[in-house]
Design a protein around this ligand. Structure first.
Ligand SMILES: Cc1cc2nc3c(=O)[nH]c(=O)nc-3n(C[C@H](O)[C@H](O)[C@H](O)COP(=O)(O)OP(=O)(O)OC[C@H]3O[C@@H](n4cnc5c(N)ncnc54)[C@H](O)[C@@H]3O)c2cc1C
Length: 487
């Protein structure tokens, strides 16, 4: 019998059914199970994790993070921290340097865990760098709890939140030029901000640089031992220990196919919700969801390497993540091209070298590397050559180290996980309008127009990243609306 019909004929009923076993779906299920409610998670793939999974993509023995790889947000997440996931096998490793940014062959700038040490190498910008990041790092806990929730909220520490928001509202290139005189500091900040997948001239783009810089200093940019899958496995193991159930290999096509439940939480993006809800969605709400925009995509390559990457700058060898971007101007031009629907000749490449720190992921002496660049949504251009030219620019001889490579275009990413619409990795465009109205303008954005049905994916606040906070907030809303009311 097909698994879809098995789930339809399943006569069990649950307090909560969650569709999608991504970090947010699992976090939502854990939150509800911790309150003693019966939960079932239904996942289309054969393994849990969604965009937090690891697989042998190239050669036997070489384990790759299929999507997410570096996890400052998981470490900063107050919800994940509260769960004690280390009891379920999760261990974070801190690379010596969170990030290195390449400026030219043999020249790179480092972000150290310490603000002072980072600033010291920025010479004339040392004081400005400390002035920018020290107050943020001092207020790390307070700020983290503010930005890991809907933007429209009453802040617990209004003064700190207002100062952060005012700085974050600026375009990243404006902030970088205004605060810093030298290229190293400007380029470093540009690389951090470019994670946001928005042009660096866009209002609000500075916020990504501030958050990632603050986390780099405050929590580090760690990698999980044994790959990102360890985060998902730990969440799943905790859920099972609480009595929750997980059914994999079941693609939900219609809400009616789900077993009876008092609440349904969807770890899906708005357009997928429109598809599976069908006529049950009122026309006005459906139109609002259909207006949701997905933003740029990525072209990703995973490498099996015979040797460590032969960086020309020693700084890059000591970093977990390396930004291959050149100057502020170069990074800004690459991100501008993508947002205009073009493919940059010299893309801004994000590269992670996990096996320098976690040798469990490759055969002895060998390595894996993870790299991607931004491309327009739905792009089908092969960016392999351009990505490798950028790596070679800063690590001459890199191609000679490659034993095997595995490429994923946007369509491949979407095949792997239907939430990655057109290859978009953020659950939706990250522009300022859509960070506020995510997925629609509402004080309770997790509620939908169908009573008892909630969205809990990264298309809801606080947005992308493996932090589980979208799941936590959606589950809390469902508890308040339904489950705790009629216990
Ligand atoms: C290439 C890439 C790199 C990234 N790098 C990082 C990083 O380094 N650090 C970081 O913090 N974040 C990173 N991110 C972002 C982060 O991975 C995501 O924001 C986060 O994992 C989203 O979690 P989620 O639970 O909202 O959704 P997802 O992880 O997308 O989970 C959704 C789940 O729903 C399932 N599903 C979809 N449709 C159905 C259906 N009809 N029926 C049943 N199941 C269904 C999917 O199979 C999937 O398992 C990256 C993302 C990508 C794609």
């Amino acid at each position: 019998m097909a698994k879809e019909s098995m789930i339809r004929r399943n006569n069990n009923s649950y307090d909560a059914v969650i569709v999608g076993a991504g970090a947010n779906g699992l976090a939502a299920a854990v939150r509800l199970a911790l309150e003693g409610f019966s939960t079932l998670v239904v996942e289309r793939n054969s393994t849990v994790g969604g965009s937090a999974r690891s697989e042998y993509l190239t050669l036997p023995g070489f384990l790759h993070d299929v999507c997410s790889a570096v996890h400052p947000l998981a470490l900063a997440s107050p919800f994940l921290e509260s769960l004690g996931l280390q009891k379920y096998g999760l261990e974070f490793i801190q690379p010596e340097l969170p990030v290195a940014h390449t400026i030219a062959c043999g020249i790179a700038v480092a972000m150290h865990r310490s603000v002072a040490e980072t600033a010291a190498a920025l010479e004339s910008d040392a004081i400005s760098y400390r002035r920018l990041f020290e107050p943020l790092v001092t207020k790390l806990r307070s700020l983290t709890s503010e930005f890991l929730r809907p933007i429209l909220h009453v802040p617990r520490d209004p003064w700190t939140w207002m100062r952060f928001s005012l700085a974050g509202l600026a375009p990243a290139n404006y902030l970088a030029k205004r605060r810093f005189a030298g290229e190293p500091a400007r380029a470093l900040f540009a690389g951090l901000a470019a994670h946001g997948c928005v042009p660096l001239e866009a209002p609000g783009s500075a916020a990504f640089g501030l958050v990632l810089g603050m986390l780099g200093h405050g929590t580090g940019w760690p990698i999980p031992r044994g790959g990102t899958q360890a985060i998902s496995n730990a969440l799943a193991a905790l859920l099972l220990s609480l009595g929750g159930k997980i059914e994999t290999g079941i693609e939900v096509r219609r809400l009616e196919d789900l077993p009876q439940a008092r609440v349904v939480l969807l770890d899906l993006t708005p357009h997928q919700f429109v598809q599976i809800a069908g006529e049950r969605l009122p026309a006005h709400y459906r139109r609002r969801l259909q207006r949701f925009r997905y933003g740029p995509a990525v072209f990703k390559i995973d490498y099996a390497l015979r040797d460590p990457i032969p960086w020309s700058s020693e700084i890059c060898r000591r970093a977990g993540t390396v930004h291959l971007g050149g100057t502020l101007r170069e990074v800004a031009a690459a991100e501008r091209a993508v947002s205009d629907g073009r493919h940059p000749e010299q893309p801004f490449v994000l590269l992670v070298q996990p096996t320098v720190w976690d040798p469990t992921r490759a055969p002895s002496g060998c390595h894996v590397a993870w790299a991607y660049c931004h491309v327009p949504n739905g792009s089908s251009l092969d960016m392999t050559g351009r990505i490798e030219d950028q790596i070679e620019r800063f690590a001459p001889g890199f191609r000679d180290c490659v034993l095997s490579r595995h490429m994923m275009q946007p369509a491949d990413l979407e095949k792997h996980n239907p939430n990655l619409i057109g290859g978009s990795i953020s659950g939706g465009a990250n522009d300022i309008a859509q960070l506020i109205a995510r997925p629609v303008l509402s004080l309770k954005p997790y509620r939908t127009a169908i009573s008892g049905v909630y969205l809990c994916s990264s298309s809801t606040p606080p947005g992308p990243g493996v932090h589980g906070m979208c799941g936590l907030h959606a589950a809390t809303t469902a508890l308040q609306d339904v489950l705790l009311r009629h216990r």
